[in-house]
Design a protein around this ligand. Sequence first.
Ligand code: MG
Length: 246
Amino acid sequence: MPYFMKTHSFKNHSYTDLFFDLDRTLWDFERNSRETFMELYHKYQLNQHFGSFDLFFSTYREYNDELWMLYRSGQITKGELSWKRFDLSLKDIDVNDEKLAKNLSKDYLEISPTKRKLFPHTLLSLTFLKKQYRLNLITNGFKEVQYQKLKNCGIIDFFDHIFISDEIGYLKPHPKFFEHALKVSGADPKNSIVIGDDLMVDIKGAAEADMDSIWINHKRMDLNELDLDFVPTHEVSSLKKLIHIL
Ligand SMILES: [Mg+2]
């Protein structure tokens, strides 16, 4: 589908509710997670097993992505996802140590939400938008992790409603996730807009829920190179630009 970036302003649209994603949209997942993994690498002296930090981190990320897909489609549980991504990373380099995998998993879930790196202009944008809109958060993740992240990085009070897949029982882009968020917040989909980084999760979910969307394209990917049957309503490469649109 051809995609033409819209440059017009939404300012005459009567949005009332914004639905923000958290990870990789506001909370800098890559940088926070890298810092966490560096701590784990040193604490457990993983250099004994992995030749380098980068090998450890990239191996984990591959298994994490695979297992998250299985978790999203209901094929594995939250518990399995948590420790098996470490277990498989260790098995990849012929280390069979379930106890180590479980310790890494426990520490990761404790340390990661203490990290506080947000994308540039997060606070500025949320402060500005809060004056005009109801702000809601929609995130796929574990409740004990996501609430801690929001508290620790000081953005929890911006949101009127916080929707976490773990609590709802459905993950984005499942229509039931969006149905629940709209129902509880009392928002009309026609006056709501989803703001997120993940095309297959946030933007697809919004399209299927008949909501407008803003794709946060921090990585500056080219939408024309992707073969999608839906498009975001708008695209920005920096959070700062939200305040020019909304
Ligand atoms: Mg995200």
